[in-house]
Design a protein around this ligand. Structure first.
Ligand code: SF4
Ligand code: SF4
Length: 479
């Protein structure tokens, strides 16, 4: 039987089944130990994170006062490190050809009812222009695993195309990549192509469940998939994004598994994941979420978000349009730092959006149903009303602030001084180029209010200058 070893190269040692089970048993045994809960919360208040065992114990507690303290601390930590800025992004589906058999995804190879589509470079160009015209600057590209249809060359060419398109004042300044686990050599190629974060969801950390959920295709190899982040980091990709698909397996197990993975990366490479995503299973063609009896109710889901915020304060947390506006609002308050807006989860969906007849012909290629169907402009307007500063910032990766360089700035509390002016300048660009007059008026007032709160005189002065230059038609300033 494999033994736990946080710095091992072997999946079954750094994500250790026995260790996860004993951690969960400890958490269950201590769920009423309020003294212990208070001690863990006290440690969380140092803003340096929690171990996976501490986080699992906190998540197990049902005491209403402790739960309230968890939410309060999640909020406090979020405000401390990330202020009121929310980073915006959109997914871009390149191809839904896939050879894998993932039972929760309509793109699985055995699904004969879903139309298959792969964007040509010209179609990618059209999609990117549509995304730029919405105001997006940061994309996450998605593609199924298919050696013939979606080889690494296709992905690399697509990234090049995306970065090359400059339509009006638009530009995609950061391309994050969510493609199947691959080799060190291919990760090197992605690094050279200038990707932002490499994102790969584990789906579930439970090996047995994982194998049942992936009955065919290369993704069924648990070890190869679980060790993918190690290969990516070995290839020089500093920023990796983890996530599980909540609802597939027991959420407590996956919660511990994900934090164990983060711990492994931190111990092995000196830097934990750049982001963590928290998707829940959604309906789709050929997929009924009720098939999976591990659904995570909203109240537990919010606790997961808040405890993650306390456990890994330096890791960005992403929530997609899978979730409703209400859930997104609640979770933004207690931990989420990045959301998508105006998303289409189908291949070619953004160009369809521009169709005058209002129909989304490509929607039958969607990977999952979107719950929050508002446009990007509406989401931005809503965020401003809630007092957040929507940010289209991509500065860190372009300034070489990735991996541990990014983390050390964040840990030192320095990133906030950089993020705030960047958020305001990128919001200003959005307001001028893409927003409705009402949103623009509200956004300008918000920028004015927040500008005066920049503590550093010099930064405030430079930011003020740049805001004026943006009004004069200049773009792309950053700290
Ligand atoms: Fe393919 Fe990914 Fe869907 Fe699995 S989850 S079927 S790998 S697209
Ligand atoms: Fe993110 Fe860096 Fe921009 Fe802050 S300055 S929002 S950390 S890219």
């Amino acid at each position: 039987m494999a033994e736990y070893n946080s710095t091992s190269k072997k999946a079954e040692e750094f994500i250790n089944d026995e260790k996860i089970k004993s951690t969960l048993a400890f958490a269950q045994e201590h769920k009423d130990d309020l003294e212990l809960m208070n001690e863990i919360l006290e440690k969380g208040r140092e803003y340096k994170g929690l171990s996976y065992a501490e986080a699992a114990t906190l998540l197990e507690c049902e005491d209403p006062e402790i739960i309230q303290q968890i939410f309060d601390l999640g909020k406090e930590i979020k405000e401390h490190f990330y202020g009121n800025r929310i980073v915006m992004f959109a997914p871009l589906y390149l191809s839904n050809y896939c050879v894998n058999g993932c039972v929760y995804c309509p793109y699985h190879g055995q699904n004969k009812t879903i139309p298959r589509k792969k964007l040509t470079q010209d179609e990618i160009r059209d999609e990117v222009i549509a995304l730029q015209d919405m105001g997006h600057k940061r994309l996450a590209i998605e593609a199924g695993e298919h050696p013939k249809e979606n080889p690494i060359e296709y992905i690399l060419e697509s990234i090049k195309t995306i970065y090359s398109i400059k339509h009006k004042n638009g530009a995609i300044r950061r391309v994050n990549v969510n493609i199947a686990a691959t080799t060190v050599e291919n990760y090197r190629k992605l690094k050279e192509a200038g990707i932002g974060t490499y994102i790969l969801f584990q789906e579930t950390y439970n090996k047995e469940a994982y194998e049942q959920l992936h009955p065919s295709g290369p993704k069924g190899d648990y070890a190869y998939h679980t060790e993918a982040m190690d290969r990516a980091m070995e290839a020089g990709i500093d920023d990796v994004g983890c996530g599980v698909l909540f609802g597939l397996n027991n959420y407590k197990y996956d919660f511990v598994g994900m934090l164990m993975h983060a711990h492994h990366l931190e111990k092995t490479f000196g830097c934990g994941p750049h982001t963590i995503s928290v998707p829940r299973v959604r309906p789709a063609d050929d997929i009924d979420p009720d098939t999976f009896d591990n659904g995570v109710p909203d109240d537990i889901f919010k606790r997961i978000v808040a405890v993650l915020r306390i456990a890994v304060p330096y890791t960005g947390m992403i929530m997609s349009t899978r979730e409703s506006a209400k859930t997104r609002r609640d979770c933004l308050e207690i931990g989420i730092t990045q959301i998508s807006g105006g998303s289409r989860t189908s291949v070619g969906g953004y160009v369809d959006e521009l169709d005058e007849d209002g129909g989304f012909d490509s929607e039958d290629t969607a990977q999952f149903d979107v719950e929050d169907r508002r446009t990007l402009g509406e989401v931005v307007d809503w965020l401003i009303d809630l007092g957040y500063v929507p940010s289209f910032c991509t500065a860190c990766y372009r300034e070489g602030r990735t991996g541990d360089r990014f983390m050390s700035l964040l840990k030192a509390g320095q990133i906030a001084n950089i993020c705030q002016p960047n958020a305001m300048m990128t919001l200003k660009e959005f307001l001028i180029d893409y927003a409705s007059p009402e949103t623009k008026a509200k956004g300008d007032a918000l920028i004015e209010e927040k500008l005066s709160l920049i503590p550093n005189d010099k930064v405030r002065e430079i930011c003020h200058e740049h805001l004026k230059e943006i009004e004069d038609g200049n773009r792309d300033f950053r700290f």
